[in-house]
Design a binder for this molecule. Sequence first.
Ligand code: FAD
Length: 394
Amino acid sequence: MYDCIVIGGGISGISFAHCLHQAGKQVALLEKDDRIGGQIQTRTLDGTDFWYETGAHTCYNSYVSLLSILESLGESGNIRQLNRKYPYKLYTPDGFKKITSGLYLPEMLLHVPRALFANKKGKTVREYFRYILGSRNYDRLFSKAFRAVISQPADDYPAEMLLKKRNSHHEEHPRTFSFAGGLSAMVNAIAAKDGFQVSASATVTGVSRIGALYEVTAASGEKWQAASVALATDPPSAAALLHELEPDLAALLADIPVFHSESMSIVAPAKTLTIERMAGIIPLSDEFFSAVSRDLTEHPDLRCFTFHFAQSEKTDSEKREIACRTLNIQPSDVTGQHLTTHILPSLRIRHLNMTAQVADKKKNDSIYLLGNYFKGLSLEDCVQRSMEEAKRFR
Ligand SMILES: Cc1cc2nc3c(=O)[nH]c(=O)nc-3n(C[C@H](O)[C@H](O)[C@H](O)COP(=O)(O)OP(=O)(O)OC[C@H]3O[C@@H](n4cnc5c(N)ncnc54)[C@H](O)[C@@H]3O)c2cc1C
């Protein structure tokens, strides 16, 4: 019998399990994939030590909650600075350009003073940023740049949740960082150091109540019982699992749209991938959303770019063709390729203040909801939500 069963092994579930385990609670974490991490997915090129990120890639020293976990576990020595000398580049029909080359400067100068008085509250990204940057600038450049930031179309996303200012920084750590071996090594280190029970390949299909306890059932038929349950999945999965136990809450969660994306990572020898080194690519076209490079952790022989696309829009060979054309390499130059899928909440203005909305609908106090649809999409937003809920647990 556990104090809590955590469903979902992304950063939200892992950080919640960490907090409970540190407080002396018996925790089991169930993850449907064969590995933990969720959208943190580092891969390694077969037969080499060359790792690359197919999902989340960058942490900042403003991620103070995440850093506090790494520090408490003695893992901060494995933090690795990301090289900041390479910028993002704009991919235009005329090749790679500086991001600023996409700006209409007169319109920018005319509109930017408005930022002094503008308020993001209740506005969509498009409404707010068209107002302070000008419509042409927004439509041509910033809508593409913001799409790259949140890995999905950003126009209707709440402006308050984009580019949030964080006031605290742990200056003793690098401004932008990853982890030795990539971000999956970070989540694996947290779970391993903590030692709470992790069951991978455990797809939860049901959560029911038996007296004062919750019974969690997996697709395999295996069952777990606990005094409380935490759902750290995407909103549709949480809605499906709570359908019978918490119908009103399930309806609220089912109303959160999600965006499915596909990421294709392309690895090639540095000697064939001759485009300049860069942090990533923002295209002016809609062929892909963005590409994130591994150049910020330089490798002498290999380079990698992970291209993000909306799901199902293109076949795999079309995606590969776009990636190779953009990188100016031949398909035969590719030494490694990996395709992965992601699911992210597409928050709208009506989803602001989900914490209060969830508290209003939820009937069972011993159910905890975690994830990237409360404070925002970033890893730090997820950890903060988990820490707040862990406090409520205690
Ligand atoms: C391409 C991309 C790039 C990003 N880059 C960054 C970045 O650089 N920096 C940053 O801060 N953030 C970044 N983000 C955002 C961040 O990675 C995510 O918001 C965050 O990782 C979400 O964590 P989570 O634990 O809430 O959800 P997830 O990581 O989605 O984890 C949910 C887990 O629940 C599991 N699950 C679902 N249903 C069940 C079930 N029935 N039974 C058991 N398990 C189940 C899933 O398999 C999954 O592992 C990026 C996101 C994407 C998609």
